[in-house]
Design a binder for this molecule. Structure first.
Ligand code: UDX
Length: 458
């Protein structure tokens, strides 16, 4: 059992802290927000994440985890301090490291025994060196402090599972002592550990995330081409997936990737490369494809409808993916302002994302249009002129094609997640547009697929 402090209680910090406690370590989670700390002490998770609350309560009752704003007491005698604070994207695409710097300074001023500082937040290559230097410069007591990199690969919605059953643990260290300390911390997890130097560990994180982002953008690019040449992206993906060099995961074309990692990490790596005088063309292409992809369906719909003014527009799904209330870089955020500007009356449904969305777009009149949050899919679809599917929630997937036909004033569906069979939508009499597949166009309306795609980005 080791004494571990964790700085930051967002997705990275809190999940790591709870999982360390779960395998038997003594954990203190530090956050500057007093209200959040009290909430966590009472067993409530500040983030919506499967299994997290149960493990928080279990380990708090067992005395293995505590939460505090008093960083000094948490850091002073810890064997290891994990930094899991945010590194938000700045307007130029670089990562903002000010939260890391604040924590590093607090650590330097608090530690009273030798300890390992482990950076879990995603940081540009070379940051760990700087953090170590920074801590040394501000160190108050005569103790040894080393910095190690231990990037995080959890996905939101399955964060606890991804941590307890990670496919690999990456540790980046510059000394035997640091390597052994991290090995000891991770030993109870019984997972494969890849031990490399600090800069390689930092790069593994970006290279992995950006590879997945590239994979998605590649499929989106191919999907757009499929539409032009009459191929079906889902069949294409299926055919590709049997080659185990390609694999079957992350081949789903759609309305673009969002979330807290892929958009930020692609921009950050592209920025890092630029800083070093190198043009990272592949990642840049992934970013560009993704940007266009997000408004692809809006553009198709605008072409089809001429205007959204006064139309009832149903939106199913607001979050960037199912299983989370996170809206960061969600396609809905790109499309809603465009629809409102065009005078749409939006009726939005999302099982958990409505509150967060309403903070940005309060219910009622908004610009030329309006937005209403509804608690059932049926309310959103009732007499709607058009429907956009932005998130593949289970509840949305459960809606039958006939329901669109029955409830909507005009059954016109733009599906950004390819959740329906084209054939079934056609059978049900729904005009259906999706990504990289043949559209079902209403009789009498000319199919304008080439024009739609050629105008993308213009
Ligand atoms: C991701 C990585 O999976 C995780 O390893 C890393 O630590 C953080 O970033 P997350 O952002 O939580 O996790 O979600 P993920 O499930 O990976 O999805 C990211 C985005 O890609 C979503 O918007 C999703 O809709 C999209 N996506 C995913 C696709 O469009 N197609 C796919 O095939 C897979």
């Amino acid at each position: 059992m080791l004494k571990i402090a964790v700085a930051g209680t967002g997705y990275v910090g809190l999940v790591a802290g709870v999982c360390f406690a779960e395998v038997g370590h003594q954990v203190t989670c530090v956050d500057i927000d007093e209200t959040k700390v009290n909430l966590m002490k009472s067993g409530v998770s500040p983030i919506y994440e499967t299994d997290l609350e149960g493990l928080m309560q279990k380990n708090y009752s067992a005395g293995r985890i505590d939460y505090t704003t008093d960083y000094k007491s948490a850091y002073k005698d810890a064997d290891a301090i994990f930094i899991g604070v945010g590194t938000p994207e700045q307007p130029d695409g670089s990562a903002n490291l000010s939260y890391i710097a604040t924590v590093a300074r607090q650590i330097a001023e608090s530690v009273e025994k030798d300890c390992l500082v482990v950076v879990k937040s995603t940081v540009p290559v070379g940051t760990n060196d700087k953090v170590e230097q920074f801590i040394q410069d501000f160190l108050v007591n005569d103790v040894k402090v080393e910095v190690a990199s231990n990037p995080e690969f959890l996905a939101q919605g399955s964060a606890v599972h991804d941590t307890l059953h990670a496919q690999r643990i990456i540790i980046g260290t510059e000394s035997k002592w640091a390597e052994e300390m991290l090995m000891k911390i991770y030993e109870p997890f019984h997972l494969p550990i890849v031990s490399v130097n600090r800069r390689s560990a930092e790069m593994i994180k970006y290279a992995s995330n950006d590879f997945l982002a590239l994979k998605i953008s590649y499929m989106n690019d191919i999907a757009n081409l499929c539409e032009l040449v009459g191929a079906d992206i889902q069949d294409v993906a299926k055919g590709m997936s049997f080659d185990d060099r390609i694999g079957s995961k992350f081949l789903n074309a759609g309305i673009g990737f969002g979330g807290s990692c892929f958009p930020k990490d692609t921009k950050a790596l592209e920025y890092l490369a630029r800083q070093h005088g190198y043009e990272l063309k592949t990642v840049k292409a992934a970013i560009d494809v993704n940007k266009k992809q997000k408004t692809m369906l809006y553009k198709k719909a605008r072409q089809r409808l001429i205007t959204f003014n006064g139309l009832k527009v149903a939106i199913l799904g607001l979050t960037f993916k199912p299983g989370t209330d996170d809206l960061r870089e969600a396609p809905s955020l790109e499309n809603v302002p465009l629809l409102l500007e065009q005078g749409a009356d939006i009726f939005a449904y999302d099982p958990v994302g409505k509150e967060n969305f309403a903070r940005l777009y309060p219910e009622g009149k908004n610009g030329n249009g309006s937005i209403t949050y509804v608690s059932s899919i049926e309310e959103a679809l009732e007499r709607a002129n058009v429907c956009f599917i932005f998130t593949e929630w289970g509840e949305v997937k459960a809606v039958s094609p006939e329901t669109y036909k029955k409830l909507m004033r005009t059954p016109l569906v733009y599906d950004g997640r390819n959740i329906y069979s084209v054939h079934e939508m056609q059978e049900a009499g729904v005009e259906y547009h999706s990504i990289g597949r043949k559209p079902v166009v209403r009789e009498g309306l000319k199919e304008s697929k080439n024009l739609e795609l050629q105008t993308v980005g213009s």
